[in-house]
Design a protein around this ligand. Structure first.
Ligand code: DP6
Length: 361
């Protein structure tokens, strides 16, 4: 599908006094093959594949009042119950930028309430869950106003994914259950414009657990946008993009076969490659901390000694995602307890693979 297929064909200037409320819950996601480098309008330099999380989500509700006599978008934005001017500014700009996809926007007053299930700066991508939850709400409003234009579920989710991407690239993967891929993959039916669910994977992955160890709760010292930009001049960029292209193919087979050791090897290599790219960029960023390395080493030696598939992943920060499988829950309990000493306030967030976004009341 092309950009133009998501453009609104509906004339909102006929609407007189339409109002309602919609609400969606959308999860965060953790990339296995990482998206790092973008161009144009939030287009990825390489394809990526992520794990949809379950417990780390945003719940967003939007009350809408649409009227043809209104001339400009009016917005109220509440984050965790409090009016938030800085988010309001960012969201206003975002909404004004996507008016061609939702013709009701300039005729609307929107009251947005957004809450996260996880703490701020916990190493969980809050932009992924929050931008996808908002995009789903916008698609739902369009449905309400336009008699189910997006009624077809496949198109609805695809448009939501497309609109999420315009807010934050990785957010486009959050709407789908289990695993999602984003970006053009060889000759496959895939796109840089939106994500798609990964259709085939072994049942063992439905039992994937992600325990997130908060090593530092400080703000990221490099924003994703800046990080992506740095790839433009990174001396290893070309090799990296080729590697990611090959890895999405490999990962799809690994997921089908249920090959846990190959899965873990790629997961860890991708996490370290992301940080290696940041270290090698100009300016250089070193976002892992001594505790991150200690935790990684503990996980690796536990795996070697016990022969249990437990792995680590990282996002663009120092916190460690400990990836394991339900069948080993009892066996890794001791490891997790030992690692608690490296977590701020002993805090570990327990998460698992999830079912994707859902409509809420
Ligand atoms: C390291 O999606 O946060 O988490 O498109 O600028 O909003 P923007 O970037 P963002 O980048 C995510 C980078 C990553 C890897 C990934 O999720 O694939």
């Amino acid at each position: 599908m092309k950009d133009s297929e998501f453009i609104s064909t509906f004339n909102a200037s006929n609407i007189q006094n339409s109002s309602g409320r919609v609400a969606w819950q959308s999860p965060s996601n953790l990339a296995i093959v990482k998206y790092w480098g973008k161009y144009g309008q939030q287009l990825p330099r390489n394809p990526s594949i992520s794990i949809t999380l379950s417990e780390a989500f945003t719940q967003t509700s939007v009350e809408f009042f649409v009227d043809k006599y209104r001339s400009k978008l009016e917005l109220e934005f509440y984050f965790e119950g409090k009016e938030n001017e800085s988010f309001k500014g960012r969201i206003t700009k975002y909404l004004e930028g996507i008016e061609s996809y939702f013709s009701f926007i300039p005729y609307s007053k929107l009251i947005i309430n957004s809450d996260n299930s996880f703490p701020h700066s916990s190493g969980i991508a809050s932009s992924a869950s929050s931008m996808s939850a908002l995009a789903l709400c916008l698609c739902e409003i369009e449905n309400n106003l336009e008699n189910d234009k997006n009624g077809n579920e496949e198109f609805f989710l695809r448009k939501a994914s497309y609109i999420s991407r315009l807010g934050s690239g990785s957010a486009c993967r959050s709407v789908y259950p289990y695993f999602a891929s984003w970006g053009k993959i060889g000759n496959e039916d895939s796109s840089n414009l939106y994500a798609s669910p990964v259709a085939e994977f072994h049942d063992v992955f439905k039992t994937l657990r992600n325990d997130i160890l908060i090593v530092s709760a400080e703000e990221k010292s490099v924003s994703s946008t800046k990080g992506h930009q740095l790839m433009e001049e990174n001396p290893y960029a070309k090799t990296r993009f080729e590697q990611a292209n090959n890895r999405v193919f490999e990962l799809k087979s690994i997921l089908k076969e249920g090959n846990l050791s190959a899965f873990g090897e790629m997961l860890e290599s991708e996490a370290l490659t992301l940080h290696a790219l940041m270290m090698a960029s100009d300016p250089s960023y070193l976002l892992i901390e001594p505790k991150t390395i200690k935790v990684i080493n503990e996980i690796r030696s536990f795996r070697k000694n016990e022969n249990i598939p437990v792995f680590f992943s990282l996002d663009a920060g120092p916190n460690v995602h400990i990836i394991s499988f339900e069948k080993d829950r009892a066996a890794i309990e001791g490891l997790i307890e030992n690692l608690r000493e490296f977590a701020i306030g002993g805090k570990i967030l327990n998460d698992s693979i999830g079912f994707g976004a859902k409509k809420i009341e």
